[in-house]
Structures are given as structure tokens and as C-alpha cells.
Design a protein around this ligand. Structure first.
Ligand SMILES: NC(=O)c1ccc[n+]([C@@H]2O[C@H](COP(=O)([O-])OP(=O)(O)OC[C@H]3O[C@@H](n4cnc5c(N)ncnc54)[C@H](OP(=O)(O)O)[C@@H]3O)[C@@H](O)[C@H]2O)c1
Length: 291
């Protein structure tokens, strides 16, 4: 049974994707911050797909030590039940903030969860992914267009704008995918899904009254999360793996001109430093090759 790990699998797009992939016969590893919501997600999946194999990993993925613990637990599970192989990792967990808030490391929360957590988790699961010519899929957004990375102040500490921080974190998702492909394709493929506007509660969690109100109105025009879930399933199932980078409704879509090799390399170097990965992804790759 092929395994797929999904972060932010307790609600919205992540939960619908997990339900769909379990129905398709994948072993699903669910990562989320709340044990109770994880149990509910697992029960829901098993009620529809009683023979599915579902495992839960509770972690506040905003905090790097929690990402490291979850990754170690996932690797142990994959070794014990899936031959140490991971077919796909879906870095989907995400948040919206109304003001500047930081993690234990002192990092801006949207940058930390929407980008860095997926970067670090991918690094730790890389041997299992490479072992099965795996796929890494980020949940991006069309909002990544029209901005540049603020290299001199990536956390926007000097002049914080929560919307700019969100958009920048989504640009990071594509730069990270581009950087993964530059380094590992065809041994591993990385993609970004633009889910479109989706009716979820993302803007109603830990946000101020204004953002909460605007999102409550805006999400009414969104599609149900079952719609983007189909694109994740397409990218997990399609053989041979598709060649593109950015997908909307199972089709390639144009992305920002900021997505260059130079910017991807720069983001890799910065993210490695912020995650304390001294040897970088290359060192991990060598270990994977020796497996
Ligand atoms: N909705 C849209 O229109 C839209 C558009 C473009 C992109 N996206 C992206 O889609 C992704 C999923 O969002 P969604 O719309 O489906 O919203 P959602 O239902 O709020 O899903 C977000 C998921 O991330 C989890 N999460 C939040 N903070 C976490 C943390 N610290 N540690 C671990 N997990 C955490 C949430 O857990 P809980 O269940 O505990 O809250 C939830 O499972 C995000 O990356 C978002 O940026 C959404």
C-alpha cells in the first residue's frame, strides 16, 4: 500500500484530500495540531473507507522541534509499515494572521507554518521520498503573484503587513518546489496546487475581527474543498508523474516570473539557515543514496 503524508489534515482542503486518497487505496498519514481533531478525521475516513490504513501525528508544525518530532515518528511508522517508502508528502498546513506574531524561534508565524515547516519536514522525509521516486506537493495560492521576496527583511519585522506576509509565504511554496525539482527531479517531483477560492475556515482562526468578517463574506463565493482535493489526487496518481510545476484543477497554470532558479537557490540557502540545516539538502540526499 503506497503512503501519503498530509499536513493540516484535520479540516478544509487537507481533510478532503485525505478522504479522497484513502478511498483511492493510499495509506494516509495525517498531521495536525489537535489530537481530538485528528481522531475525528481518522474516524470519518474509516467510516467511509473501513479497510483504509490511517495514522495520526499530532504536532504544532509552527514550532521546529515539533516538526522534527513528527518527522521522526513518521519515519518510524514508514519503516515499520511501508518499507521506509513515502509516495507523496502534501505540505498543506497553513494559517492567516492579522498582526505580527512569532513562533518559539522568533519567526513570523505565516512564514514559519506556510513555508518553513514544509521545508523542514520535506528535508527529514527526503530519504523515504527518494526511495519511492516520490512527490512533494505544496498548497499554494494565486495570491503569490505580483510580489517579490523581501530578502532584506523576510519576516517583515520592520513594516508588517499580514496580507503581504501571506502572499510571500505562498511565493515561497513555488520557489521551494522549483528548488526541489532543480535538485532532485526526476528522482523526486515537486508541485504546487492553486486551490482557487475555497470555502474553509482559514480566515476565521486566530484572526482579528476585521479579517474574520471579511473572510466570512469572501468564503461564501468559494468552492467546496472537494474540488481542489481532485488536483492533489491527480498529482499523486498520474503515471508517469506530470512534468509541470503549478496546477489548478488538474491543469498546468502560469505562475509568477519571480520563480527563477536564482530566487529558488536563495530561498533554499536562507531556509536551511533558519532551520539549522548545516549540511543542507545535499547532505540528506547523500544519506538517502546510501539507504
Ligand atoms: N481556503 C482558500 O481559499 C485557500 C486559497 C489558497 C490557498 N489556501 C491554502 O490551503 C491550505 C489549507 O487551508 P484551508 O483553506 O483548507 O484552511 P483550514 O481548513 O484552516 O486548514 C488549515 C489546516 O492547517 C492546520 N494548522 C493550522 N495551524 C497549524 C499548526 N500550527 N500546526 C499544524 N497544523 C496547523 C489546521 O488545523 P486545525 O484544523 O486544527 O485548524 C488545518 O488542518 C493553506 O496552506 C492555505 O494557505 C487556501
Amino acid at each position: 500500500m503506497k503512503a501519503v503524508a498530509i499536513t493540516g489534515a484535520t479540516s478544509g482542503i487537507g481533510l478532503e484530500t485525505a478522504r479522497l486518497l484513502a478511498r483511492e487505496g493510499f495509506c494516509v498519514l495525517l498531521a495536525g495540531r489537535c489530537a481530538e481533531r485528528l481522531s475525528r478525521a481518522k474516524a470519518r475516513i474509516l467510516s467511509e473507507s473501513p479497510s483504509a490504513r490511517v495514522a495520526c501525528f499530532q504536532a504544532d508544525l509552527m514550532q521546529q522541534r515539533e516538526v522534527l518530532r513528527a518527522a521522526a515518528e513518521m519515519n518510524a511508522y514508514l519503516d515499520a509499515h511501508c518499507g521506509g517508502r513515502l509516495h507523496a508528502l502534501i505540505n498543506n498546513a497553513g494559517c492567516v494572521r492579522s498582526w505580527y506574531m512569532t513562533t518559539e524561534e522568533g519567526y513570523e508565524q505565516q512564514f514559519a507554518l506556510n513555508h518553513l515547516s514544509g521545508f523542514l519536514l520535506t528535508h527529514k522525509l527526503l530519504p523515504a521520498l527518494l526511495k519511492s521516486n516520490g512527490r512533494v506537493i505544496m498548497t499554494g495560492s494565486a495570491s503569490h503573484k505580483g510580489i517579490k521576496i523581501r530578502w532584506d527583511d523576510v519576516m517583515l519585522r520592520r513594516r508588517y503587513n499580514p496580507l503581504t506576509a501571506y502572499k510571500q509565504s505562498k511565493l515561497c511554496n513555488i520557489l521551494f518546489a522549483r528548488g526541489l525539482n532543480d535538485r532532485f527531479a526526476p528522482g523526486l517531483r515537486a508541485y504546487v496546487v492553486d486551490p482557487g477560492l475555497v470555502k474553509t475556515d482559514i480566515g476565521n482562526k486566530e484572526t482579528g475581527a476585521l479579517v474574520h468578517f471579511i473572510w466570512s463574506l469572501r468564503k461564501r463565493g468559494g468552492v467546496p474543498p472537494e474540488i481542489p482535493a481532485e488536483t492533489f489526487a491527480y498529482l499523486c496518481l498520474k503515471e508517469p508523474p506530470p512534468d509541470g510545476l503549478y496546477y489548478y484543477r488538474c491543469r498546468e497554470k502560469k505562475y509568477s516570473k519571480e520563480v527563477t532558479r536564482e530566487n529558488a537557490d536563495r530561498l533554499f540557502a536562507l531556509s536551511e539557515r533558519l532551520c539549522g540545516l548545516d549540511g543542507g539538502f545535499a547532505a540528506q540526499d547523500e544519506r538517502a543514496g546510501a539507504v
